[in-house]
Design a binder for this molecule. Structure first.
Ligand code: RB5
Length: 153
């Protein structure tokens, strides 16, 4: 990772788990940028997915974490942004492998799906893994090509 900053966001359904994950990240020595939401009041998850993606797109942060009820809506919204590869994970193997093989830069999960302990394990597996490149690079390049409308082989 090029810096120690992690950007994190949630909607109301992921807010409580997000606060605990922030504590976990700080205990691990990361600087945390929280793009909201800031309460349990009902809100729209795409707003926070967008705010987080901007921080990655402008280079302020390399990696981000999004929490909603399931993690699915957040990943859908985030994946509409150029340069963003968001993975919704509820197992540690996928959380690690999506960094290593897919060069995922956003981890999503759901407060209604995973508990605090598993959420921290997902985060640790994601953040501690490194993209391997090699044979995976061509496939990630293909995804980036699709973003630019290039669907050729
Ligand atoms: C909010 O009720 C819920 O729909 C949202 O947090 C998320 O799970 C969407 O994918």
């Amino acid at each position: 990772m090029k810096n120690n900053k992690i950007v994190i966001g949630s909607d109301h359904a992921g807010y409580s788990l997000k606060l605990k994950v922030i504590d976990h990240l700080k205990e691990r020595g990361f600087e945390v940028i929280d793009v909201g939401t800031n309460s349990l009041d009902r809100c729209d998850y795409p707003v926070y997915a967008h705010a987080l993606c901007e921080k990655i797109q402008n280079g302020e942060c390399e990696l981000g974490i999004l929490v909603c009820g399931t993690g699915v809506g957040m990943s859908m919204a985030a994946n509409k942004h150029k340069g963003i590869r968001a993975a919704c994970c509820s197992d540690t193997f996928s959380a690690r492998l999506t960094r290593m093989h897919n060069d995922a830069n956003v981890l999503c999960f759901g407060e209604r799906v995973v508990g605090y302990g598993l959420a921290c394990d997902l985060v640790d597996n994601f953040l501690d893994a490194e993209y391997e490149g090699a044979q995976h690079a061509k496939r990630v390049e293909m995804i980036i090509g699709y973003e630019n409308g290039n669907f050729g082989v």
